[in-house]
Design a protein around this ligand. Structure first.
Ligand SMILES: Cc1ncc(COP(=O)(O)O)c(C=O)c1O
Length: 369
């Protein structure tokens, strides 16, 4: 059996008429950059997240960058995040001219360990970016409490966590701002690049709206230096169609994850993901940990199964961040994750037979180790 890591065509085939129609409407209206289809999606996404504003931008990376800029983060400031993330979280900090500071992740949730946060705060710290990795929200209550005590902004990296929730609150609405990626492979994915910022702060929303559009609120009157990070009309229209299905798709992901859990429970040589008691996990990625990853992945590929690694090198050890002068050993949990993570195929359209086949092959591979 051949099972890809992700099958975007399978999803498209279930909604192709609606998608084609939505794209055609944008073309008919020539509403290509920003415009009414983006505004409509922004409203719908704010309603979905239960917050006052959502601002469509060019990508998740730009969502993080513009949120930080909107909060006034700049040179001389420090922003705390985790090394166990996609590099974009940290790039956004660097793009503002600020300095990234890391704290390690919790070994069970793989998200920011709140117990390590306070010791990383200095007089220069301005913000904290917890990352809701793989679709599981970070432990937000203690993070918000510590940030509040020190007067820090909290920007949630919810780029992998559309529709997940922390103690019943939708991810991206707990801190000062939430940042989303609508990259095609995400739980809510566009048909190109797109991102969004959510917030309950109307002043911050206005600032980000200005920043994404060359610092203007009225055409050709520029109040601040901004960028072009407007969302494409076609992406807004596609996202409006797909948002209607997000809860349903997330429930399928959760059901598939539960099934993997049942089939792989108690198998020696593999650590399964854990849904924390505070979390509604939406399994953007189903990452397990194995000791001999290379052999495991080769064996899975031979059996026709596409796996991924998210991510092989934690950010403090990336060449791009060698100026931070951090050595192996600085963040042991993130480093162990980098060494052992393997992501199994998980997408809403998977059949029960596909899940069973993957689980069988996982068992066969770990038995060989
Ligand atoms: C955790 C995390 N942060 C930020 C990003 C950046 O999003 P984008 O690829 O849309 O720029 C991603 C997307 O891959 C991500 O997974």
């Amino acid at each position: 059996m051949n099972i890809p890591f992700l099958d975007l065509k399978a999803q498209y085939s279930t909604i192709s008429h609606e998608i084609n129609d939505a794209m055609q409407q944008v073309i008919n209206a020539c509403a290509f950059s920003g415009g009414k289809y983006v505004a409509q999606f922004e409203e719908q996404f704010a309603t979905f997240c239960n917050c006052s504003s959502s601002i469509g931008v060019g990508s998740g990376t730009e969502a993080l960058w513009l949120a930080l800029l909107g909060l006034g983060i700049g040179p001389g400031d420090e922003v705390i995040t985790v090394p166990n993330t996609f590099i974009a979280t940290v790039e956004a900090i660097s793009l503002c001219g600020a300095t990234p500071v890391f704290v390690d992740v919790n070994p069970e949730s793989y998200t920011m360990d709140p117990q390590l946060l306070e010791q990383a705060i200095t007089p220069r710290t301005k913000a904290v970016i917890p990352v809701h990795l793989f679709g599981q929200p970070a432990d937000m209550d203690p993070i918000i409490a510590i940030a509040g005590k020190h007067g820090l902004f909290v920007v949630e990296d919810a780029c992998q966590a559309h529709g997940s929730a922390y103690r019943g609150k939708i991810s991206g609405t707990i801190g000062h701002a939430g940042c989303f990626s609508f990259y095609p492979g995400k739980n809510l994915g566009a048909y190109g690049e797109a991102g969004g910022v959510t917030t309950n702060d109307p002043r911050l929303a206005d600032k980000i709206k200005m920043l994404r559009d060359h610092g203007q609120s009225q055409k050709y009157y520029h109040h601040v230096v901004g960028v072009n990070s407007r969302m494409d009309g076609i992406q807004g229209a596609v996202l409006s169609v797909k948002l209607k299905y997000l809860d349903q798709w997330n429930e399928l992901r959760r059901a598939h994850a539960r099934r993997y859990g049942e089939l792989l429970q108690g198998v020696d040589g593999i650590v399964l993901p854990r849904e924390m008691e505070y979390a509604k996990h939406v399994y953007h990625i189903y990452a397990v940990r194995v000791k001999n990853r290379e052999a495991f992945m080769t064996g899975m590929a031979e059996m026709g199964i596409g796996c991924g690694i998210h991510y092989p090198v934690p950010i403090h050890l990336q060449e791009a961040y060698k100026s931070l002068k951090m050595a192996r050993g600085a963040f042991p949990v993130s480093e162990q994750c980098g060494d052992e993570f393997v992501s199994l195929p998980l997408f809403p359209e998977m059949s029960p037979e596909q899940i069973e086949y993957v689980a069988e092959q996982v068992k066969a591979q770990v038995a060989k180790q």
